[in-house]
Design a protein around this ligand. Sequence first.
Ligand code: NAP
Length: 264
Amino acid sequence: MKYTVTSRGDKTSDAIARKVKAYLHEFELSHDKEEPDIVISVGGDGTLLEAFHAYSHRLDDTAFVGVHTGHLGFYADWQPDEVEKLVIHIAKTPFKVVEYPLLEVIVRHNGERKSERFLALNECSIKSMEGSLVMDIEIKGELFETFRGDGLCMSTPSGSTAYNKALGGAILHPSLASIQLAEMASINNRVYRTIGSPLVLPQHHTCLLKPKNDVDFQVTIDHLTLLQQDVKSIQCRVAEEKVRFARFRPFPFWKRVKESFIHD
Ligand code: NAP
C-alpha cells in the first residue's frame, strides 16, 4: 500500500507526521506523494480539507484518515497518543471505507469564458463584493425565491457541522446524499421575502443561483476563497464523486457531534 502524510505545519503536527512516516517505513509501506492509496492528515479538520483538495482528482483511488493535534475533529478523529495503533492498523489490516457525499459547484460566466467546476467537502459560500447579495434561487428549474441579504451557504452533510451550523442550519448525517442551503442574514420585510429556513435538497435536485444585478462575487470552496467575476449562474448539486475515509474502528457521527458540541 502506498501512503503519504500531510501536516498542518506547526511543530507538534510536523513531529507526529514524522513519527507516522518513520513507523510506516518500518512496516515497509511505500511513500508515494503523487499516487497514494491512503493520505494521513495530521492537524485538524482544516488540514484534512487541504488534503482533500490536494487529492480531489483521484478520489476513487485515495482514502483519507485524520489525526487531530488539537481538540477532537470531525474528519480528524485519531488522537496523537493513538498513532502507533493507527499505523499498525494501516500496515496490517485491509481498511473499511466510509463514503461521504460531496457538493458539486459549477460557475458559468457571461461571454466566452469556460465554466469552472469545483468539489467541496464542507461547503460553498457566496457573498457579494459590495452591498447585499441579490440572487434568484431556482430549484429543479423553477424560481423558488429572490434572495437579498449577506450571502448564501450550500453545504454537504459532513460540512453541516461547520459554517452551516453557525448559520442556524441543521446537522445532517453524512449517509444522507443531500445538500443544504442556508441563508446569511436575509432581508425580510414587506418588499423582500425569503423562506428563512434552511433547505435540504436530495440528490436529484439541482439548485441554480442567478445574479440579479451584481455579477462579481466572493465564492468560497471550503477553505479556498475565489473571486468570481462576470458570473451568469452558480449551479449546486450533490456530486457524483464521494470522499472515502479509511475506518479502522467505529466512531459514530452522533458521538462526534456530542463530543464536539455538548461534552465528552
Ligand atoms: P478556520 O477559520 O481556520 O477554522 C474553521 C473551524 O472550523 C476550525 O475550528 C475547523 O476545525 C472547523 N471545521 C472545519 N470543518 C469542520 C466540520 N466539517 N465540522 C466541524 N468543524 C469543522 O478555517 P479553515 O481551517 O481553513 O476551515 C475552513 C472552514 O471554516 C470552512 O469550510 C467553513 O466551514 C469554516 N468556517 C466557519 C465559519 C463559522 O463557523 N462562522 C465561518 C467561515 C468558515 P479544526 O480546528 O479541526 O481545523
